[in-house]
Design a protein around this ligand. Structure first.
Ligand SMILES: CC(C)(COP(=O)(O)OP(=O)(O)OC[C@H]1O[C@@H](n2cnc3c(N)ncnc32)[C@H](O)[C@@H]1OP(=O)(O)O)[C@@H](O)C(=O)NCCC(=O)NCCS
Length: 177
């Protein structure tokens, strides 16, 4: 198993994937306060304010980067446009999650970010497989995962969606390095 003490910066054609900073809080709050962003994620609450972003950044800073880490997705001229995180399982597995601010949807940005992050996780972070869970009602995330090379595992489960206070059906997908 490989360990990283210093999180890398990854470059894609349009994005820089970099470690989070405390100064990201206002931008994260602005983008995550949109219910359309929160409603298909498990863990973004709604309403969402600056204190929620600061609490998230505190938690993220306390994580062991050998096990769990988040990348800010930065776009030149825009700043932070979204987030991508690996969490949950211990190496050689991990789980991926992500969101993008609504003004940036539909341009292939998350597929670009996920593809770069997967390549790094396999090459430098010792991950041989990456899991994802997405709501049945989230075809955009399904498209991202399929374009990035994920397969369906056939697993189904009810996922609690914080912003809506209810369990909703979701399915498991997996990427094999
Ligand atoms: C899911 C999300 C990250 C997608 O980001 P994105 O940069 O817009 O994704 P991409 O542009 O790379 O790909 C989106 C694909 O979904 C497709 N899509 C979008 N809405 C769709 C819909 N309602 N039905 C079917 N396909 C849809 C797009 O056409 C595109 O596919 P294509 O490139 O083959 O045309 C973004 O919508 C988001 O942040 N949503 C809210 C948070 C969230 O759901 N996170 C994931 C939790 S599992």
């Amino acid at each position: 198993m490989l360990h990283v003490n210093v999180q890398p910066v990854l470059e894609t054609p349009r994005l820089t994937l970099r470690p989070l900073r405390r100064s990201d809080a206002p931008r994260i709050a602005a983008l995550c306060s949109d219910f359309e962003v929160a409603r298909t994620t498990a863990r973004i609450p709604h309403p969402y304010g600056l204190a929620d972003a600061e609490a998230f950044l505190d938690l993220a800073a306390a994580r062991d980067p050998a096990r769990e880490l988040d990348f800010a997705l930065d776009m030149p001229g825009e700043g932070l446009v979204g987030l991508l995180g690996f969490f949950g399982e211990a190496a050689p597995a991990t789980e991926i999650g992500y969101w993008l601010g609504r003004p940036y949807w539909g341009a292939g940005l998350m597929t670009e970010a996920v593809t770069a992050a997967l390549a790094w996780a396999a090459r430098d972070w010792g991950r041989t497989h990456v899991r994802a869970w997405r709501l049945d009602e989230n075809p955009a995330s399904d498209a991202v995962l399929v374009k990035a090379g994920f397969l369906y595992t056939g697993e189904r489960r009810q996922t609690f969606v914080l912003s809506r206070g209810e369990f909703l059906p979701s399915r498991g997908q997996i990427w094999l390095a």
